[in-house]
Write a protein of this length. Structure first.
Length: 129
């Protein structure tokens, strides 16, 4: 298996939580461009991290930026380089309705699991399953 494929297969999905009062779609698009460039730079220097995209919840004034990486610190570094004002980096459990995978709650395919990371600390939160 080629190295990029191996790191992709071992990668987890992370959400970077940003509270952003007054955020607009244009703000999120601009942040996404910065994050994409930061993640690409890290990847070129040998730190596998991939920016997937963003979810905007305008009513809650929250943006979640989504990444794939084998290392939460790489996600934290990409977010910092892109000047995201983030609260937390969360390793997520991703459920895909039509994909095959390990069964999660109620038989839904389970893609990955993991602990939460607080932006103010290097201490991992409790794992959930």
């Amino acid at each position: 298996m080629e190295p990029d494929r191996q790191s992709r297969d071992a990668a987890a999905t992370y959400l970077v939580e940003c509270f952003a009062p007054g955020v607009t779609g244009a703000d999120v698009m601009a942040a996404a461009q910065r994050v994409r460039a930061a993640a690409a730079g890290l990847h070129r220097s040998g730190t596998p991290v991939e920016y997937i995209g963003a979810l905007l919840m305008p009513i809650d004034e929250v943006v979640f930026h989504m990444f794939r990486s084998a290392d939460g610190e790489a996600v934290r570094e990409a977010s910092s380089r892109a000047a995201l004002g983030f609260e937390r980096v969360l390793e997520t459990v991703l459920f895909l309705g039509s994909e095959e995978g390990e069964a999660g709650p109620e038989g839904a395919p389970l893609v990955n699991t993991g602990p939460a990371w607080d932006a103010d600390s290097d201490v991992r939160g409790e794992e959930f399953r």
